[in-house]
Design a protein around this ligand. Structure first.
Ligand code: ADP
Ligand code: MG
Length: 761
């Protein structure tokens, strides 16, 4: 089996998400890895997929019992042998689990860091081969992070007790430099492949409101989102109590969570929420770590939290399944005062002297200020957050309350020409800041030293604020008018488009409206009870499938989203599969889960769509079709008309629509081609087929690895001429990895070949 087969068979997914594949490949090549990805990006899969392909056992270190439990349940449900070892087991259970591990009954074992150095565990590990040690929530090793766990420091010690060294992989969502450096050093990662993926969560819509009556605003919102699960965060226990009580009085299925409740009640309330028995969780920030519930459709902040880090982490608990979800912050001036109060009475730890404590408080105040700006800015909210985390975004996302109300299209040609002109007239290549400072007419030392004050464009935009110049600059880079190199010290270069612009082209971009006006009341969104996926989901069918899911989940004693996610159910509603093969196409349905639940869902879908199928048959319409696979016997009755989809064919029409870019990876390119076909009648073009052609014709060679999954592809001289090249990519921290790219030339040649020699019969 290769990694794609594992992904499909066990997890039911067709493709990796951004970043996952690089990490999976690195692990399979035996490299240490560090994956830094935002919450919900899919870090678990990065070690689970290779774990299944490697010969021995993978140990996963995880900080929380609830996290381990959730993961192990998910794996077991997918047909993967996994177990956890932590203090929630009785001594008997623990010893049995250890014995099973020694007998090789598990592929993946989750273990609490405290267990590593115990005699019984060490004894058990002596008899087995560890292929990999994977450290989840790796920021717990760092005292800089919020969740420092001293026992994480013993992981390295544990590795040293082994007389061989397994691959070590580490994962976290914390992106600060200090934490990252601690992880690398304290886990002693060797020549690691390290990857930081973008922190943007495109499916989240960010909304800030300044309502007069917060309670009423929440009630209005809930009325229109009755079927959905959500979290409401409040700053204080008292507010939690008030809000929760009011919601219950209004008949909502709400529960609460804060540090003032007994352990037992907290545990119980949390479970009710996770198991979909309660729809709304009202909580303080004590709630959430280790909550992987995937179908949280909204996170409302009833109060502004203390900083952007907390906000993004809490808001990020919405939409982990990738479906559109909303993050709403209800701001009031009082929230600033409450937070300030918390900061003022913040107690330093014993180890902190007065001076340090004062500095910490000052830093907290600064973070609070930035949080407050978020609530009052007119600019794109997403961009604000991303910039806070040190990423460049475009200044317009089109999916936040500001972009939807506060922006206008503006002609920025004049400024753009000056920026580009400045780059053109510079003697050397410079970074963005230098260019912006120059046109702004700054007299800082760098400008003077570089003699940029002699540049003809020096000071040509002195009346425009630097932040606006920077926005235009970003826009120019994002849209190819300028190129920012991929180096450690990125510099700005000209492109073909730069010249077009200087010779008379124009540029427009979305910018925040000039005068900050009274915040527009955000329009009330239309009711959206169903997960928003492309296409129409039949609400009745969706409701019935959910009901079936709940029934099965109860029987298995697992949370419903572990049976199938909302997204998977929604896809079933769209595809309306009537056969096993078709059901397996649904994202999230792997073979094992199919065996377990597939038939029940098929049956339900057939029942509920029997009328439709008959109608289609009457009209002689081809039914949504499977790939080559023969229909199973039992399916024949339910599927009266069958006709195959056409294979993908490159036509002039498709070729016209292709957007060529200076470089893409093959899978990105194939994805684009597939998006241009008519999905209803045409099958996907397979990435593997193209790869096969390229290898057969000698553009690439495949060097067989020890295993299928370790194959390495390299480019031949012929391939280079074709326009294929590889590049060492440096992450923002200077680590490198190799990626194969297809230049525009290669993309055009691929299209030609698809129209000619490779045309399918
Ligand atoms: P993280 O640990 O990064 O916060 P998880 O590993 O818990 O995220 O994954 C979040 C969700 O994304 C899970 O429901 C998981 O099944 C889903 N997921 C992960 N990888 C993929 C993929 N390649 N395609 C579709 N869904 C995925
Ligand atoms: Mg995780």
């Amino acid at each position: 089996m290769d990694k794609y087969e594992v992904l499909k068979k066990y997890f039911g997914y067709d493709s990796f998400r951004p970043g996952q594949e690089v990490l999976v490949d690195a692990i399979l090549e035996g490299r240490d890895t560090l994956g830094i990805m935002p919450t919900g990006a899919g870090k678990s899969l990065c070690y689970q997929v290779p774990a299944l392909l490697m010969p021995g056992i993978t140990l996963v270190i995880s900080p929380l019992i609830s996290l381990m439990k959730d993961q192990v349940t998910t794996l077991n449900q997918a047909g993967i042998h996994a177990a956890y070892l932590n203090s929630s087991l009785t001594q008997g259970q623990y010893l049995t689990a250890l014995r099973n591990m020694q007998r090789g009954q598990y592929k993946i074992v989750y273990v609490a860091p405290e267990r590593l150095m115990t005699e019984s565990f060490q004894e058990a590990v002596r008899g087995i081969t560890l292929s990999m040690l994977s450290v989840d929530e790796a920021h717990c090793i760092s005292q800089w992070g919020q969740d420092f766990r001293p026992s994480y420091l013993r992981i390295h010690e544990f590795v040293e007790t082994l007389n061989y060294r397994p691959v070590i992989s580490a994962f976290t969502a914390t992106a600060t430099r200090e934490v990252r450096e601690d992880i690398l050093a304290l886990l002693d990662l060797r020549d690691p492949v390290s990857l930081t993926t973008g922190f943007d969560r495109k499916n989240l819509k960010f909304i800030v409101q300044h309502p007069r009556d917060k309670m009423q605003t929440v009630l209005n919102y809930l009325k229109e989102h009755e079927q959905e699960c959500g979290i409401i965060y409040c700053l204080t226990r008292k507010t939690v109590e008030e809000v929760c009580e009011r919601l219950q009085r209004e008949g909502y299925s709400a529960t609460r969570y804060h540090a003032g409740l007994s352990d037992r009640e907290r545990q119980q309330n949390q479970e009710e929420f996770i198991y979909d028995q309660k729809q709304i969780m009202v909580a303080t920030n004590a709630f959430g770590m280790g909550i992987d519930k995937s179908n949280v459709r909204y996170v409302i902040h009833y109060n502004m939290p203390k900083n952007i880090e907390s906000y993004y982490q809490e808001a990020g608990r919405a939409g982990r399944d990738g479906l559109p979800s909303e993050c709403i912050l209800l701001y009031a001036g009082q929230d600033v005062i409450t937070n300030q109060f918390f900061i003022d009475k913040m107690e330093g730890s014993e180890a902190m002297d007065d001076e340090t404590a004062r500095m910490v408080r000052e830093r907290e105040r600064e973070r609070l200020r930035k949080m407050t700006f978020y609530c009052t800015t007119n600019e794109c909210l997403r961009d604000y957050i991303l910039r806070y985390f040190g990423e460049y975004g475009s200044n317009y996302c089109g999916n936040c309350s500001n972009c939807l109300t506060q922006f206008e299209e503006k002609d920025v040609t004049e400024v753009a020409r000056k920026l580009v002109g400045c780059v053109k007239e510079s003697r050397w290549n410079y970074g963005m800041t230098m260019i912006v400072d120059t046109v702004h007419g700054s007299r800082n030392a760098k400008v003077i030293r570089g003699r940029m004050d002699e540049n003809p464009y020096y000071g040509s935009c002195s009346e425009i604020p630097v932040y606006q110049l920077r926005q235009v600059m970003n826009h120019l880079i994002l849209n190819g008018y300028l190129l920012l190199t991929d180096d450690n010290y990125p510099v700005v270069r000209l492109t073909e488009q730069s010249m077009e612009l200087l010779e008379g082209g124009t540029v427009t971009m979305k910018v925040a409206k000039e005068q900050p006006k009274e915040k527009a009341k955000p329009e009330r969104e239309k009711s959206r009870r169903l997960p928003k996926v492309e296409g129409d989901v039949d609400p009745e069918l969706f409701a019935q499938l959910r009901e079936l899911r709940l029934e099965l989940a109860k029987k298995e004693k697992v949370p419903p989203y572990i049976v199938f996610s909302d997204k998977t159910l929604a896809q079933m509603c769209l595809l309306k599969p009537r056969t096993k093969a078709k059901m397996l196409e649904v994202s999230g349905v792997g073979e094992f889960k199919y065996e377990k639940y597939g038939e029940r869902f098929l049956q339900k879908i057939r029942e509920l769509t029997a009328g439709e199928a008959a109608q289609q048959a009457d009209q002689g319409l081809p039914e949504e079709e499977d790939e080559e696979e023969m229909p199973l016997e039992e399916d024949l009755a339910a599927a009266p008309v069958r006709k195959n989809k056409q294979p993908f064919e490159m036509t002039e029409e498709i070729a016209q629509k292709i957007q060529f870019s200076s470089r893409v990876t093959l899978s990105e390119f194939v994805k684009q081609l597939n998006s241009l076909r008519d999905e209803k009648t045409v099958r996907c073009l397979a990435f593997q087929d193209i790869m096969q052609h390229l290898i057969e014709e000698g553009y690439l060679v495949e060097e067989p690895g020890a295993e299928e999954s370790k194959k390495h592809r390299s480019i031949t001289a012929k391939g280079l001429v074709f326009g294929i090249y590889s590049e060492k990519i440096f992450s923002q921290y200077g680590d490198e990895y190799e990626v194969i790219f297809y230049a525009e030339k290669a993309q055009r040649q691929l299209v030609k070949k698809l129209m000619g020699e490779w045309k399918q019969a």
